[in-house]
Design a protein around this ligand. Structure first.
Ligand code: BQZ
Length: 690
């Protein structure tokens, strides 16, 4: 994609007028433009949480016939002994196609790669749903897109129930009783204790999605009994914390295999703990529905059903229905191509560059896949690194940029210089993209246009703002100069795993050049990008939103620097110090107010305050927002209507894969290890009954 680089500075020079003489008042901020109408193609069927599932004992349970052969061979206990006292039972009435049948496989395609299986020490599994199915968490929020707003609270999961004390400062959490890890080891409070004491509270350990004490309102933890623990908080009724117990945060690992590798429990070092379960370690124990039994690097990861999975349907069939899961190790763009072609089964269509082709292919009645757009829940922002006390260890140039990043006039110059319509059109023409003011997305229930400050595209105002920030092109070469006379050069970190991220970054480079800011791209892939992002090794960052900007209630702690590692744009330096600016402190106060109360009106007000403070101060520059589409192969049943690709979580969680099935007459026989089960942790792969 190319841009005509129109340089006003150059034109001004030709007219004998230095760019610096281009004086301009800054245009007044406005309300954000109304996004083009885009109706989600299917609407969810709204229910209450209790309509989806319950925990209770059934008189009898069943399993795939071929699994019984393992019981007969003495390799497995009978199914009733593999299930908890009261399994989680999915209600038939909430299943779009009712109780299913066993068999078949869901073939994912992902753009990431598994580093290893130690999520708790920060290893990535490659995303794309491979980890969502492997780390089950205390609560669950993905399916909340179907829950009535008046009943909106996280769903129970490994935490079967919870209760607040009278004074609202102690939360007592009851775990599901009698559930087992996929290797048969008991799941109980020992797993929670290890997660809390040796992952969350150990400063030398950072789980993959950065959970820290601040994620849980700095609670204190105590064991009550083998299936009960408490969290005690400084404020009353911080109900928000229940969202912070869903995917990505409170997802306990198998203490029986992790603990011995942890340096506090006899392990050699934090380094060896991190690398204790490399990506060729098979059959790593999980509470999830499927276990990794095969990994061919750069080719495929294969999972087989977990015979101890603790969820059933109302007829007593142990879940999951699907016996096998594939994760073809490719690219994110290829995921779209394979899903519409029918060689893959699932994709979150999230790169607008692929929209037209995918829509064309899916419109064919013979297409193997269904494609349905959801709400405008994908958004990109440009963040400024706002630490000036050493986070990321900048050199002199980088430090000078960070000082500028802390200057509101400089941040205003960047947002005035951003032609968001042009950015969106460069990805895809049509009603999809919308200029995005930054902060909460319009598809969020807490979004309030009246609290959203928008600086519309205006190059003259951009130059005026640069002037106000003390920047002008003193040597007339078209680039403004910093105090020491050098050209202002900014590095822009971008994730090269996605075409969209790269295209937006190139658009930013061109638009900044038009107002005299030189931007150089630092394109990194996968974990290198994640590590650079989290280490603060960047000046500016183009980043696709995480859940907090599309739901407000999931990942809320990340909306402000309330802890040393919460806000992506400002983290603590090596000494743990934070040099927050006054407006950032206001963001912290607003988020603490939001997560510290259960009063709906107070929460709405707190989020309005946050949105106004965030957008007025250009904490980040909103770039573009657009709807994603779920592409699912037509043979799958029990896909909930209106499933968004991204809201409280990604669609891999939202569609509840453990209750998805393929009618017997549509199964494609694509299993790579039919009639096998996971082997012992660390053993070579799947095992047969005989
Ligand atoms: C969805 C998702 C499931 C992470 C990842 C990836 C990482 C980020 C983000 C998305 C991928 C897919 O997103 O793009 O459609 O399948 O995996 O986890 O972008 O690089 O760090 O936050 O979720």
């Amino acid at each position: 994609m190319t841009f005509q680089v129109r340089s006003a500075a150059m034109a001004a020079l030709l007219l004998g007028v230095s760019a610096g003489a281009v004086q301009a008042e800054m245009a007044a901020p406005t309300a954000p433009p109304e996004p083009p109408k885009f109706e989600a193609q299917t609407e969810p069927v709204y229910v209450n949480r209790s309509d989806i599932f319950e925990f209770k004992a059934l008189p009898a349970y069943s399993e795939p016939a071929w699994v019984t052969a393992f019981v007969d061979a003495g390799k497995l206990p009978p199914v009733a002994e593999r299930l908890p006292k009261e399994p989680l039972i999915y209600k038939a009435a909430n299943m779009p196609d009712g109780p299913g049948v066993y068999g078949d496989v869901m073939r994912h395609v992902i753009g990431g790669r598994p580093e290893g299986w130690n999520f708790w020490a920060g290893q990535s599994y490659g995303w794309g749903g491979i980890d969502i199915g492997l780390v089950e968490c205390l609560t669950r929020t993905g399916p909340l897109f179907t829950v009535n707003s008046e009943d909106l609270q996280p769903l129970p999961n490994l935490a079967k129930s919870w209760e607040w004390s009278e004074d609202g400062k102690t939360l007592t959490i009851k775990l599901i009783e009698g559930a087992k890890w996929s290797d048969g080891d008991a799941f109980d409070v020992e797993d929670i204790e290890f997660y809390w004491n040796d992952v969350i509270m150990d400063e030398n350990v950072t789980p993959l999605m950065g959970a820290s004490p601040a994620t849980y309102n700095n609670a204190t933890f105590a064991v009550v009994d083998p299936y009960t623990f408490t969290l005690t908080f400084p404020d009353a009724f911080p109900e928000q914390v229940l969202y912070a117990m869903a995917y990505g945060n409170f997802c306990p690992g198998p203490a029986h295999v992790l603990k011995p590798k942890h340096p506090k429990h006899g392990g050699e070092s934090y380094e060896t703990f991190l690398n204790a379960f490399p990506s060729d370690f098979m059959n790593f124990p999980t509470m999830g529905a499927w276990v990794v039994v095969e990994h061919r690097p750069d080719d495929i990861v294969v999972k087989r059903r977990n015979p101890y999975y603790w969820k059933v349907d109302e007829t007593g069939q142990q879940l999951p229905y699907l016996d096998e899961m594939h994760f073809r190790l490719s690219t994110w763009g290829d995921r779209d191509v394979q899903a519409v072609a029918g060689t893959g089964d699932f994709s979150n269509l999230e790169q607008p560059e692929n929209y037209v082709e995918s829509l064309k292919k899916a419109a064919d009645p013979a297409s193997p896949a269904r494609l349905a757009f959801g709400p405008r829940s994908i958004g990109y922002q440009l963040f400024f690194n706002q630490s000036a006390n050493g986070w990321g260890e900048p050199d002199a140039r980088g430090q000078a940029v960070r000082e500028l990043n802390r200057n509101l006039d400089f941040r205003k110059a960047v947002t005035y210089a951003m032609d968001r319509q042009r950015l969106g059109d460069s990805l895809v023409k049509g009603p999809f993209t919308a200029p995005y003011a930054g902060g909460l997305l319009t598809s969020t229930s807490f979004y309030d246009a009246g609290s959203t400050v928008f600086y519309s595209f205006d190059e003259a105002s951009a130059k005026g703002a640069l002037e106000a920030a003390g920047l002008s092109d003193t040597d007339g070469n078209g680039v403004v100069n910093v105090a020491g006379g050098e050209d202002l050069t900014v590095t822009l970190l971008v994730n090269s795993d996605y075409a969209t991220d790269g295209n937006l970054a190139e658009g930013v480079v061109a638009m900044m050049s038009d107002v005299g800011i030189k931007v150089t791209l630092n394109s990194l892939t996968g974990k290198d990008f994640d590590n650079a992002r989290d280490a603060g090794a960047w000046d500016w960052l183009v980043l696709r939103n995480n859940q907090e900007y599309v739901s407000a209630v999931q990942g809320t702690a990340n909306l402000a620097p309330i802890g040393p590692m919460t806000a992506v744009w400002h983290r603590a330096n090596g000494a743990g110090e934070m040099d927050l600016q006054p407006y950032e402190q206001q963001l912290v106060d607003a988020i603490k107010a939001f997560i510290g109360t259960r009063d709906p009106a107070a929460r709405i007000e707190a989020m309005k305050t946050w949105q106004k403070t965030f957008t007025e101060n250009v904490t980040a520059v909103g770039l573009t927002s657009y709807p994603g589409a779920l592409i699912i192969n037509k043979r799958f049943a029990n896909i909930p209507a209106g499933a968004p690709i991204f809201m409280y979580n990604w669609a891999e969680d939202n569609i509840i894969r453990e209750r998805v099935f393929v009618p017997a007459d549509q199964q494609i026989g694509a299993e790579l290890h039919p009639q096998t089960l996971p082997g012992a942790p660390g053993s070579a792969g799947p095992i047969a009954a005989n």
